[in-house]
Design a protein around this ligand. Structure first.
Ligand code: AHR
Length: 496
């Protein structure tokens, strides 16, 4: 049996963990909004048409912010279509997903949804067909005090008090030729700068997110990022990253080592941020917002054939996907000095850990690591030292069999350790050794594991792959020994 040691020192702090690393993304795409979040025809709908069962599952995920309304949809969206009396809202053709958009759910319904979840709204403004004036008007509609046209329109729509939306994305994937109104980096940088200026003049307390590269394989990456940042630097607070993971060649060993790519992506963009800050002799800091991340390769459908709420990209996640998601979230902690926001794309039905039917709901294996991180990781991220055997991968050469992150919450006196065992056949004996503070007891431990990397949940067998509480030996002489099954993710919490 393989043997590994994890050294944990509560003095070795990477950074305070931003709670916004546990956020989500909801787009008008497929059945995310309609038949997902909002489904008045469902027996589970509340008086506002929101699915109670979906709200409950999302509350379990403890998401801190929700990015909305897109995505590619954003770049053709007229936000004014989605406010006011529902029977007067226009039906439109959504060119991004070739679907029919009824506009029955819009900005005010989204604010209500966020309040139900106790999550912050993170609104995006259209930089494709939208003007900088439209972007500024939306800030006035959401955040303006009564007395001017758009703020008064909000009040007439039943919302007297400003919403105080703090986080604003300035466009979506504007580097992509597929994007409605795609722009070159300089054109986008200038438009984003002017939009952000107007938006901040309406409300100086907002924080803005600049579009970065749509993924690291874009031919313009990372030059796009440098160019746009150099232009807009002083008026933006975050730079966005998007990435969808794939196991298209069915190479599970390499797939389970994808954290190497995730870290590389962050490191490159962190370097670009440092370069631009130095070049501009700026005192201002810009951080990273990984505002679209997930596994996405089994169902890439994106053509709605001009129907309402078509079934698009309803990816079915399996155990190996859950292990990739878990190490992705490990990377969030390990890179928490520069990474401050991360939004799971998406939160219901479309590339989501949750699938609905009109009267049912299913949680995929990826649901569980997301829930465990968002509930257990808090306080400071720690720089753990890991001694573990290596295994061979085609993509990344030799990689450690374990992927690990840890958090320490000084206020609650707890320390969480998150461990992925990438080994497909062997148990690993792991000693957790604390080097500064010594814990007194194990307070909780959960595990998701299985022998088949392709194992899934279904409406017939919804609990085939779930996280179970596990029994572990208590702390002895400042350490805990775990036997980690192959293909597993373990989250353990100790108290000092
Ligand atoms: O999340 C699905 C799509 O992926 C988004 O609309 C777009 O931003 C990205 O390419």
């Amino acid at each position: 049996m393989a043997q590994a040691t994890i050294y944990i020192d509560t003095n070795r702090i990477v950074s305070a963990i931003s709670p916004l690393l546990f956020s989500g993304f909801a787009e008008h795409m497929g059945r995310c909004i309609y038949e997902g979040i909002y489904d008045p025809a469902s027996p589970h709908a509340d008086e506002h048409g929101l699915r109670r069962d979906v709200l409950a599952a999302l509350r379990d995920l403890n998401l801190r912010a929700i990015r909305y309304p897109g995505g590619n949809f954003l770049s053709g969206y007229r936000w004014e279509d989605g406010i006011g009396p529902k029977d007067q809202r226009p039906c439109r053709r959504d060119l991004a997903w070739q679907s029919i958009e009824t506009n029955q759910f819009g900005t005010d319904e989204f604010m209500h949804f966020c309040r139900e979840l106790n999550a912050q709204p993170m609104l995006s403004v259209n930089m494709g067909t939208g003007s900088i004036q439209d972007a500024a008007n939306l800030v006035e509609y959401c955040n303006g005090p009564a007395g001017t046209a758009y703020a008064d329109l909000r009040a007439r729509n039943g919302h007297a008090d400003p919403y105080g939306v703090k986080y604003w994305c300035v466009g979506n994937e504007m580097d992509g030729p597929w994007q409605i109104g795609h722009l070159e980096a300089e054109e986008y940088g200038r438009k984003a700068l002017e939009a952000a200026k107007m938006m901040r003049w309406h409300d100086p307390s907002i924080e803005t997110v600049l579009c970065g590269s749509s993924n690291p394989s874009m031919p313009t990456y990372p030059e796009w990022d440098r160019t746009a940042l150099e232009i807009a630097w002083e008026h933006v607070d975050y730079h966005s990253m998007h990435y969808y993971a794939e196991n298209e060649h069915n190479d599970t060993a390499s797939y389970l080592a994808l954290s190497a790519n995730f870290e590389d992506f962050v490191d490159t963009l962190a370097g670009v941020l440092r370069y631009v800050k130095a070049k501009k002799r700026s005192k201002h800091d810009v951080y990273l917002s990984w505002d679209e991340w997930n596994v996405w390769y089994k169902d890439r459908s994106g053509q709605g054939n001009w129907t309402e709420a078509p079934h698009l990209s309803e990816e079915v996640y399996n155990l190996e996907d859950a292990l990739v998601v878990a190490q992705w979230m490990n990377v969030f902690l390990r890179k928490s000095d520069v990474l401050k926001i991360a939004c799971l794309a998406q939160i219901v039905n479309v590339i989501s850990p949750i699938t609905t039917t009109r009267d049912g709901i299913l949680k995929h294996p990826t649901f569980y690591p997301i829930m465990l991180f968002s509930r257990m990781a808090s306080g400071n991220a720690l720089d753990v030292a890991v001694k573990a055997p290596l295994y061979a991968t085609r993509e990344f050469g030799d990689m450690p069999i374990l992927d690990v992150a840890s958090s320490h919450n000084v206020e609650t006196g707890t320390n969480a350790v998150f461990i992925v065992n990438r080994n497909q056949s062997d148990y690993v004996t792991v000693d957790l050794c604390w080097q500064a503070l010594t814990p007194t007891r194990v307070t909780s431990a959960y595990q998701i594991a299985g022998t088949d990397p392709k194992a899934v949940n279904s409406f017939d067998d919804p609990e085939n792959v779930v996280a179970h509480p596990i029994k572990v030996q208590n702390v002895t002489d400042g350490s805990v020994t775990l036997q980690l099954p192959p293909l597993s993710f373990t989250a353990i919490e100790v108290a000092f």
